[in-house]
Write a protein that binds this ligand. Structure first.
Ligand code: PGA
Length: 258
């Protein structure tokens, strides 16, 4: 049976009180939920990660930061490094989100450095890739995604070829993020299959099959089932719809029942 991954990316939302209510509710929910085949990941603002751990350490919920520094400890004001995340038991970090690429000018080279920092600290990167609408209109979506992926994984000796995934990928077409427009399940499947093929060129077949491929971009309770139904869609990275507790649970429940 396949394992589905439901990841909630809060972005810069919720104050501390609201975060606390959410973590408590999630911890309560997990006490009775059947999560043997569903992995829940929450990516709150880093400021709340330790609080999240206090509430969720007994549950199977995994925590992720939304970004990480491309450097290790040192004079980098405002940054958080991979080893700091490791030291507070946060196993995942999103990197390469399109909002980081756009608002913070993050290049594929920087994202590779972040990837390497995480893998060296034994953390699992959730690497985001995805094309803009303009690129899709010019039929460049495959080339863009290939570039984003290969600039990070190609000839990267930090990636070990083993069946336990050393990283996750989230395909998030930029035009679908926060816009209410979603890629059709078929479009998502076509890109995911392509990504799987690219992975198999750098990794063994079994390792490339073990890498979870999440879809992101306006995923909500109404469309998640169809997306998860696709052969190469292993889960979802959800922004807006993950903020409302009842919607987040409804999407987890859909995954549980698949
Ligand atoms: P969205 O965001 O679900 O609000 O479209 C997804 C993401 O950016 O990860």
């Amino acid at each position: 049976m396949r394992k589905y991954v439901i990841a909630g990316n809060w972005k810069m939302n919720k104050n501390a009180e609201e975060a606390e209510v959410f973590f408590k509710q999630l911890a309560d929910y997990c006490e009775t939920a059947d999560l043997n085949h569903t992995e829940i990941i929450v990516c709150p603002p880093s400021l709340y990660l330790m609080m999240a751990n206090d509430f969720l350490y007994e549950s199977s919920v995994m925590l992720s930061s939304q970004d990480v520094s491309s450097n290790n400890y040192g004079a980098y004001t405002g940054e958080i490094c991979a080893d700091m995340l490791r030291s507070i038991n946060v196993p995942y970090s999103v990197i390469g989100h399109s909002e980081r690429r756009k608002y913070h000018n993050e290049s594929n080279e920087i994202i590779r450095e972040k990837f390497d920092q995480l893998v060296s600290a034994n953390l699992i990167p959730i690497l985001c890739v995805g094309e803009t609408w303009e690129e899709r209109e010019h039929k460049q979506e495959f080339e863009v995604v290939k570039n984003q992926l290969e600039s990070v994984i190609k000839n990267n000796e930090n990636i070990s070829d083993r069946e336990l995934p050393t990283f996750y990928i989230a395909y998030e077409p930029v035009w679908a993020i926060g816009t209410g427009k979603t890629a059709t399940p078929n479009d998502a499947q076509i890109m995911h299959k392509y990504i799987r093929k690219l992975l198999s060129q750098s990794l063994s077949r079994s390792s490339s099959e073990a890498i979870p491929l999440l879809y992101g971009g306006s995923v909500k309770p109404e469309n998640i089932k169809e997306l998860l139904n696709q052969d190469d869609v292993d889960g979802a990275l959800i922004g807006g719809a993950s903020l409302k507790f009842s919607d987040f649970i409804s999407m987890i429940e859909t995954a549980i029942k698949m």
